[in-house]
Ligand binder design. Structure first.
Ligand SMILES: NC(=O)c1ccc[n+]([C@@H]2O[C@H](COP(=O)([O-])OP(=O)(O)OC[C@H]3O[C@@H](n4cnc5c(N)ncnc54)[C@H](O)[C@@H]3O)[C@@H](O)[C@H]2O)c1
Length: 274
């Protein structure tokens, strides 16, 4: 019997052509910085061109390789263009990180505008599908590749005032498993990370609030996080490190896995540590 291909076992992304969507800010920017420092050849995508180009400059200033491509992940033509640019620039594609996401309005379902529902589903669920659809031919051409989806604990449980967000992330969780089934035999692994509370500007919502409301929203998040076993929000790098593990050969026997990186929040009720 021939030995299975277990990959290099390397826990870094040196030389891997890696697309990161939503790379302008927050978790995506952390993924870009850490992957760039490991030697990944990065293609960074975002609707926020100013900050996205800033992330690329940052990676390059630290000795890494990065190209920024403006892209709305909900638009098939822009996504197809993103994949073409990646392959035109670097000659191949190895890793796709579907990280772009928006929160939507904090209201219950009966108050949610249909347009708001559609936009959240378009960015958070259609986006990862489109990116996978147009990346997969390039990954299959190599006979190897990795997709990492950034879902959420809100895709595993119901959370208050987030109907579209919870539905979109629940969709990403099961899209992850479905893609793992179809492509495992063809060398492509697909996994998801489910972050809990992470200290970022999530969808610019906090930045767009008046200062008093922003402080109240931040205080609510911190109070919720304090009730959980690790008792705090994550730093974006703590999510990025899990994404890099799933993107590397260190996770060579993992596919269809849904990995919580949530300070223990889905391990318990909101009781905090003993
Ligand atoms: N912050 C949290 O507590 C938390 C928790 C769980 C999951 N997540 C998920 O992590 C991911 C990153 O979020 P973040 O916390 O870093 O927030 P963030 O707002 O800092 O980053 C999201 C990025 O996605 C980009 N983006 C938005 N719409 C886009 C589109 N249509 N096309 C391309 N890019 C687009 C934004 O410009 C931004 O740069 C999201 O998928 C989010 O749902 C965040």
């Amino acid at each position: 019997m021939s030995e299975p291909d277990t990959g290099s076992g390397h826990s870094n992304l040196r030389g891997r052509v890696t697309i990161v969507t939503g790379a302008a800010t927050g978790i995506g920017r952390s993924i870009a910085r850490l992957a760039g420092a490991e030697g990944a050849r990065l293609v960074l995508a975002d609707v926020n061109t100013g900050e996205g180009e800033g992330t690329a400059r940052d990676v390059i200033a630290r000795g890494g390789e990065a190209l920024f491509v403006p892209c709305d992940v909900s638009d098939p033509e822009q996504v197809r263009h993103l994949m073409d640019e990646a392959v035109r620039h670097f000659g191949r594609l190895d890793v796709l990180v579907n990280n772009a996401g928006i929160a939507g309005s904090a209201v219950p379902a009966h108050d949610l505008d249909v347009e708001d529902w559609d936009r959240v589903i378009a960015v958070n669920l259609r986006g990862p599908f489109l990116c996978a659809k147009y990346a997969l031919p390039h990954l299959l051409a190599n006979g190897a590749g990795v997709i990492v989806n950034v879902a959420s604990t809100y895709g595993l449980i119901g959370a208050p005032l987030a109907p579209a967000y919870c539905a979109s992330k629940g969709g990403v969780v099961n899209l992850t498993r479905q893609l793992a089934v179809d492509y495992g035999g063809r060398g492509v692994r697909v996994n998801a990370v489910c972050p809990g509370y992470v200290d970022t500007d999530m969808g610019g919502r906090r930045a767009s609030l008046p200062p008093a409301q922003r402080e109240a929203a931040q205080a609510r998040r911190e109070a919720n996080a304090a009730l959980q076993p690790l008792g705090r929000q994550a730093h974006a790098d703590e999510i990025a490190r899990a994404v890099l593990f799933l993107a590397s050969d260190a996770s060579s026997f993992m596919t269809g896995s849904i990995v919580t990186v949530d300070g223990g929040c889905t391990a318990t009720f909101n009781h905090g540590a003993g």
